[in-house]
Design a protein around this ligand. Structure first.
Ligand code: DAH
Length: 337
């Protein structure tokens, strides 16, 4: 006949495997293995046993405890597993997942970032100015005559208060010189606005990078070297660059420059920007407004340039229509992400 402890163990194992839920399992654990559980109390009882009985009962007690504890842990694991299965029951794991959408940079931003990083390597700092500015910053200070056609309401957006949407980023040249004496070496990327007829190559809003370098003994050679370095870094060392004489009221002499590069489809010369040596009249007007002689035209010279970014981005990324930049069409934008 089996020992009482063995019977107790078998009853416990039967109860545990039949336990319908976690509460009844816990009740069984307390009933058998708890402090005064029916198996545990045998520990007390051992003391009253004879020398011969002690090891036999001790062994049985150990076996019963181990077996019952293992059975409880196994049944608990079954409950955990079925809870998990129930939680997943309504999820169809064969459905495709929902991809996390990752944004990308706008092609114009990418273009600007590339250009800015090249100028930074040449020591140009970033400068900025407001899109809404005054006639003085946009025209007067830049030596632009009161009857210059650019000032016309057909060409420029005026606000009711007389301010305007800057027609070029050259405003930032003046703002920079107003805020600090030479030497100055800045680039100013930003938007500019003109009342152009909107079509595939013209937009009322476009983007430029303005550059300004003022110091003693700055020459046309510095201007050419800077522009050439920039364009070869951007478009490749084989890039050809051509300077043509031009006219701007704020530079003398003035140039436009063109590039031809393998990076640009079609192999044609592309007009990229205007540039020149800062006109002494610009320095003089800045001095007058500053109330000092910081930009003494006898002492300082400087070069400036204004690079059109939209057309460059269109050519580099092979984009046929400038309007795509502002239409916010994801089918277009995703191609550059
Ligand atoms: N502001 C001129 C434009 O928008 C471009 C330009 C020409 C900028 C010559 C300059 C410059 O700084 O020196 O057409």
């Amino acid at each position: 006949m089996s020992h009482e402890l063995e019977q107790l163990r078998d009853t416990a194992l039967g109860e545990i495997s039949a336990a319908p839920d976690e509460q009844s399992l816990e009740a069984a654990r307390v009933g058998y293995l708890g402090k005064s559980g029916s198996i545990s109390v045998w520990g007390e009882r051992m003391r009253g046993l004879s020398k011969e009985e002690k090891p036999i009962v001790g062994k049985l007690l150990n076996e019963a405890r181990t077996a019952v504890a293992a059975a409880i842990e196994q049944r608990a694991a079954e409950f955990r597993a079925s809870a998990e299965t129930a939680a997943l029951a309504n999820i169809d794991i064969t459905l495709p997942g929902q991809p996390a959408e990752i944004g990308g940079l706008h092609p114009l931003t990418q273009m600007l970032d590339r250009a800015i990083s090249i100028f930074r390597r040449m020591g140009f700092a970033l400068a900025e100015g407001p899109d809404v500015d005054t006639e003085w910053y946009c025209f007067d200070a830049l030596n632009t005559a009161p009857d210059h056609p650019a000032r016309n309401e057909q060409d420029t957006f005026y606000l009711p208060d007389g301010r305007l949407l800057r027609t070029h980023t050259s405003t930032v040249q003046i703002r920079t010189m107003m805020s600090a004496p030479p030497p100055i070496r800045v680039i100013a990327p930003g938007a500019a606005y003109r009342r152009d007829e909107v079509d595939a190559t013209h937009s009322a809003q476009f983007h430029q990078i303005e550059g300004l370098y003022v110091d003693e003994k700055v020459s046309v050679a510095d201007l050419k070297g800077t522009i050439e370095f920039f364009l070869r870094e951007l478009l490749g060392q084989q890039t050809e660059i051509r300077f043509r004489p031009h006219y701007f009221p704020f530079t003398e002499p003035s140039f436009e420059f063109d590039v031809r590069s393998k990076a640009i489809k079609g192999g044609k010369w592309l007009e990229l920007a205007g540039c020149g040596m800062v006109h002494p009249a610009v320095f003089e007007e800045v001095n007058r407004a500053r109330g000092d002689d910081a930009y003494d035209p006898e002492k300082y010279t400087g070069f400036a340039f204004g690079l059109g970014m939209d057309r460059l981005a269109m050519l580099l990324f092979d984009i046929p229509d400038i309007r795509y930049f502002a239409q916010n069409d994801l089918r277009f934008l995703r191609q550059f992400a």
